[in-house]
Ligand binder design. Structure first.
Ligand code: GDP
Length: 424
């Protein structure tokens, strides 16, 4: 049995969803192991075009089991809306192909509101949160102030547990933010209308996976966001609130004993970043507008225009190392086809010193990108399926990145569709 993690090397939105959709064919079980519904994966395949937020991207493959692991931020309301959405597009989602870990913590109805209140309080110092409640959720999880999905099977305990948390949370809402408190009635309505709807999917996935592991089933671990958003090693505090790294996959999936044999790190052929925080290679003006338009760089969840820039080899090398990537999938190479010369950020200039090392977050404020230009290819490559059929300049671009980040690029994607892929 071989296990594989598909992870982001940069700031997220690298195209992990399309890679999971493709690679699921080779695996038995797909597990989303961290994060919540705050970012989106776009997947295009023979069943249609889908915007996924929390559902694992293996959901489209018949006969595969998809799991939401203990590490995710499980928002029942949004999850059920997402399930309804993909069902309406003809995809079957049943307790046979979707299982929710009974140890997953639940994102409670006040987390989204608290997220929004905090961003409002911060005003121009805000983090650029997607306001999906992820930061309050994870901080409450580690304060042991949320409930587990499996508590749906113990309704009396669940009720009391929630009331205890409500009493505590209302202190924050009222006294810190001057907001309206949540009431018992609101909570009861949420339990009936949202939380209880996930019950058919909730099960002991830890036990299920132990058995699957013993039977030699292969696992694909699916991450959200990218290495630079990792809570410990990313651009703190402009990170997400969980570990986006492959190293966390076994824990967040409920298989702490599992080995991750293969790590496919997903890198976009240029850089994008959503929200606030340092983004050294950022481009501005008409050049940025054109790249944003060519790459359709608008958030899947928020519709926000993404910040864009050239591929950042300093950040990408750092992300590749953090992820322990054994190979790289380079996505959206087709988007660069319009450029005469392609900018690449090779180093940072920090306080008069040129470096290839990604620095401590505070040093990023003074970092400037060192840019080199590579020759463009100026032709449509979206129909190319073999590496040797790419124009020479496109091959050189891929090989240049590969050499600089010291990791083999084994997939090059040239379009959003499942089949728009070059396997080297
Ligand atoms: P994820 O969160 O890492 O899965 O990434 P997103 O789904 O947020 O962003 C990737 C976007 O690029 C999606 O809209 C994909 O459909 C699209 N995409 C992925 N690979 C390619 C590619 O090779 N070429 C083009 N043009 N679009 C792609």
């Amino acid at each position: 049995m071989e296990n594989c993690a598909v992870v982001g090397i940069n700031w997220g939105d690298e195209g992990k969803g399309r890679m999971v959709d493709l690679l699921t064919e080779q695996y038995d079980i797909v597990i989303r192991y961290q994060g919540g519904g705050n970012a989106g994966h776009t997947v295009v395949n023979e069943k249609g075009s889908f915007a996924l937020h929390l559902l694992p991207s293996g959901i489209f493959r018949d006969g595969k089991v998809n799991i939401l692991g203990n590490g995710v931020a499980l928002d029942p309301e949004n999850l059920m809306a997402e399930i309804e959405q993909v069902r309406s597009q003809g995809v079957e989602v049943t307790p046979d192909n979707l299982k929710i870990c009974d140890r997953a913590s639940i994102l409670l109805p006040w987390h989204r509101e608290q997220d929004e209140l905090e961003e409002l309080r911060l005003k121009d110092r805000k983090y650029g949160s997607t306001k999906q409640g992820i930061a309050p959720f994870y901080s409450d999880k580690y304060q042991k102030k949320t409930v587990l999905a499996g508590e749906v099977f113990y309704p009396e305990n669940l009720r009391q547990h929630l009331l205890d948390i409500l009493e505590w949370k209302d202190l924050t809402l009222e006294k810190v933010y001057g907001a309206e408190p949540f009431t018992e009635e609101m909570l009861e309505r949420w339990v009936e209308e949202s939380l209880m709807r996930i019950k058919p999917f909730v099960t002991d996935t830890v036990g299920y996976l132990e058995k699957a592991h013993d039977e030699g089933k292969s696992i694909l671990f699916e991450a959200q966001l990218g290495a630079l958003r990792d809570i410990d090693f990313g651009i703190y505090p402009y990170t997400t609130s969980s570990n986006t790294l492959a190293a966390y996959a076994p824990v967040g999936s409920g298989m702490p004993y599992a080995k991750v044999d293969r790590v496919v790190g997903v890198v976009k052929a240029y850089s994008t970043c959503v929200g606030e925080g340092p983004f050294v290679c950022e481009m501005e003006g008409p050049e940025a507008d054109r790249l944003r338009k060519e790459g359709a760089e608008y958030g899947a969840k928020t519709g926000r225009p993404r910040r864009v820039g050239p591929v950042d080899l300093v950040a990408t090398r750092y992300g590749t190392r953090l992820q322990g990537a054994t190979e790289i999938a380079l996505t959206k190479l087709d988007v660069l086809s319009y450029m005469d010369m392609i900018p690449v950020c090779t180093e940072y200039l920090i306080d008069g010193r040129v470096t290839e090392e990604f620095p401590f977050p505070d040093a990023l404020e003074n970092a400037e990108p060192v840019i080199t230009y590579l020759e463009g290819w100026k032709e449509d490559i979206s129909e190319v399926r073999r590496f040797e059929d790419l124009p020479g300049a496109a091959r050189r671009y891929v090989e240049y990145i590969e050499e600089k980040i010291e990791c083999r690029i084994s997939y090059v994607s040239v379009g959003p569709e499942r089949e728009s892929i070059i396997i080297r």
